[in-house]
Write a protein that binds this ligand. Sequence first.
Ligand code: DAH
Length: 396
Amino acid sequence: MSAPNKDFDPVQVTPLDAEQVEGAVADALAAVAAAGDLEELAAASRAHGGDRSPLALANREIGALPPSAKADAGRRMGQARRRVADAVAERRAVLEAERDAAVLVTEALDLTQPTSRRPRGARHPLGLLVERVEDFFTGLGWSVLEGPEVEAEWFNFDALNFGPDHPARQMQDTFFVDPPEDGLVLRTHTSPVQARALLDHGAPLYVAVPGRVFRTDELDATHTPVFTQVEGLAVDEHLTMAHLRGALDALVVAMLGEGTVTRLRPAFFPFTEPSAELDVRCPVCAGTGVVAPGAGARAQGAATAAEEAASTRADDPAGEGAPCRTCGGTGWIEWGGCGMVNPHVLRAAGVDPERFSGFAFGMGIERTLMFRNGVQDMRDMVDGDARFSRRFGVEV
Ligand code: DAH
């Protein structure tokens, strides 16, 4: 800035000279008009209106003028700077409008255009089937419960009347959870929820418990180390084996369809007495134990349902008259275990066996999917290949 100029000469300082100011404004307006985009405009605005622009520097000189000249110089400089600022604002509005219009064109999205993308996934058929089972039991008025997958050994075995050295503890091929002294296992079946439910709710009780269970099996066509069961438990006064049979018949019809033939075969489980296995007549060979005429060309299991839900693996055709692979030639497939709840189990869960009796059953959901939809290879159920799941639709 020039030196203070009290009331004497010069009355004018060069940068404030009208011509110079007019020239600076003209330069500024030309630069603003020439700015082709917002960046160029910002640069022009900085150069001609910023702190170090000729107009800003001239403005500073006002302080050096004698008081009589200050007002006039201030007014002229204010006008000059306002013209530049107005020009910048006007040009900015124009450039912004141009930019917005260009974005609309370059980033236009035609939402009506058909897409080649396909749905990536589908709900897994096991999940859908579990929902069906739950609907069935809810329809009967039963409750649906869950239990923990990491289970106390006591619930998994002891409460169910497996003695400490009972061979079934090994038979079950259990995953024990470290450290062993904590007494935890990955539950080998859903039956431990029987004792949990009775302890929590007491009798009478009608519950269904779907859930994941774990055994140290290798994954192959008929085994998987992680699978799904549904447990049923009814405890009330005067329940008999006839009630068990009736409940199972209704479940079979709901899951496998009217006309499915079943049988109860004596068996042993520590937690039921008497116990039975529920067998379903093989839907593939219709109980004959051999591959039916005409079925040889395709793999066995090529019933209508199987057509819908065939394996993603190559089928291994078996000729007419060969033993049925699905049932191993026996004509029957084991679906699950069942029986009358052992009084020891009722007692361990705090229920008086003199007053209450109960029946229970446990079915494999993977097996159910196998008979219901002709899935022949359990590996298809764990692969996570959406082509497999999609065949079952996405019912909700
Ligand atoms: N928990 C048995 C298993 O996994 C199945 C079972 C058998 C469940 C008999 C039951 C039952 O409720 O009564 O092999």
